[in-house]
Design a protein around this ligand. Structure first.
Ligand code: AMP
Ligand code: MG
Length: 324
């Protein structure tokens, strides 16, 4: 997949920045997924993001910054390990949750006393943030609960005639949302798995990182069990054997799709085969789910990814796409 951003003239960035300064929304590319950006200090703009997405008000937003130096404008009590992570991983797919400064909107934090911040690694996002000269909330540019967009076309597909200005920065390089770590005190904890693993964080930060794993009963603030989901029913199955058993038992007029790492099973109408490495799989995942979702299938069979840490983010998204 070619993820090189098409050249965007500075005048287009400036137009987007004018929109943002007026309190309007702009969809921007990041390396993870496309974000629905708005001025993080403008209450009305923040509310608009919740309204357009159909996002419940109890799900906080992430503040996107142009550089790590801006973190202390938003957050307090930043532990040393969090500074080390910011230096090492920013710009990049890592979000740090820290105590918020008093001025930070509680609409944005969903009433919490903490704020989530990150510096995205995409030239268009960084150019926009630098020129805007302030923080931008930018949750994934999709209707609440649906598949996150990894191309500008997917943003249009989500919002139709309600689509705001979209900066087309090509296909997203990482392809799934950032790793979120709560950095509150001496025991950091991963709140959402992503492509930066607990092991990487521990190595760089010199600190133990608690990772809730995939235990189904662990409740994480703002996380719900069905999310990142196609409209078509999805079913997670462990391995080719389970896929064949499903197909053997299914009625012959059931239209079945498949997303996974094995060759397309026979009896499946449409399949998306992902590359065997986690980075490539993450990059292809949401576009693959969208393609299957458009095919008018009755069910999408999704193969469980391997169980090691490198696949944790992909495992999490697939489990949520398939629901409880
Ligand atoms: P999205 O921007 O759609 O990727 O979603 C933002 C994610 O960040 C959600 O999973 C939120 O629960 C999480 N988040 C944002 N702010 C906080 C916070 N203050 N504490 C915990 N999680 C947060
Ligand atoms: Mg989202």
């Amino acid at each position: 997949m070619n993820a090189t951003p098409p050249d965007l003239p500075q005048s287009t960035i400036e137009r987007a920045v004018s929109e943002l300064s007026l309190g309007h929304l702009v969809a921007i590319p990041t390396e993870t997924v496309y974000g629905l950006a708005a001025d993080a200090t403008n209450e009305q703009a923040i509310s608009q993001v919740f309204v357009l997405k159909g996002r419940p008000p109890d799900r906080p937003l992430i503040v996107h910054l142009a550089a790590a130096e801006q973190l202390s404008e938003w957050a307090l009590d930043i532990p040393e390990y969090a500074r080390v992570w910011a230096d090492e991983f920013w710009p990049g797919p890592l979000t740090l949750v820290l105590p918020k400064k008093a001025h930070v909107s509680t609409t944005l934090t969903a009433g919490q006393s903490t704020v989530a911040c990150r510096v995205p690694n995409h030239p268009v996002a960084l150019a926009t943030l630098t020129s805007f000269d302030g923080g931008l909330v930018a949750p994934s540019a999709n209707r609440y609960g649906h598949i996150s967009p990894t191309t500008a076309e997917a943003v249009h597909e989500e919002f139709g005639n309600q689509t705001p200005m979209v900066l087309d920065g090509g296909a997203c390089e990482v392809g799934i949302e950032s790793t979120i770590v709560a950095c509150l005190g001496s025991k950091p904890e991963i709140l959402r798995a992503g492509m930066i693993t607990a092991e990487q964080l521990e190595t760089v930060g010199g600190v133990r990182v608690n990772s809730p794993g995939m235990a189904p009963n662990i409740v994480v603030p703002g996380q719900v069990s069905t999310h990142y989901a196609p409209r078509t029913r999805c079913q997670l199955l462990a391995g080719p054997q389970a896929v064949s058993s499903f197909l053997d038992a299914a009625s012959s007029d059931l239209r079945v799709g498949y997303l996974g790492w094995q060759p397309a099973p026979s009896g499946v109408e449409k399949s998306v085969i992902l590359e065997a490495c986690p980075a490539a799989s993450a990059r292809q995942l949401y576009a693959g789910l969208r393609e299957l979702d458009r095919a008018g299938l009755d069910v999408i069979l999704v193969e469980s990814p391997p169980s090691d840490q490198a696949w944790a983010g992909i495992r999490d998204r697939l489990q949520r796409a398939c629901g409880p």
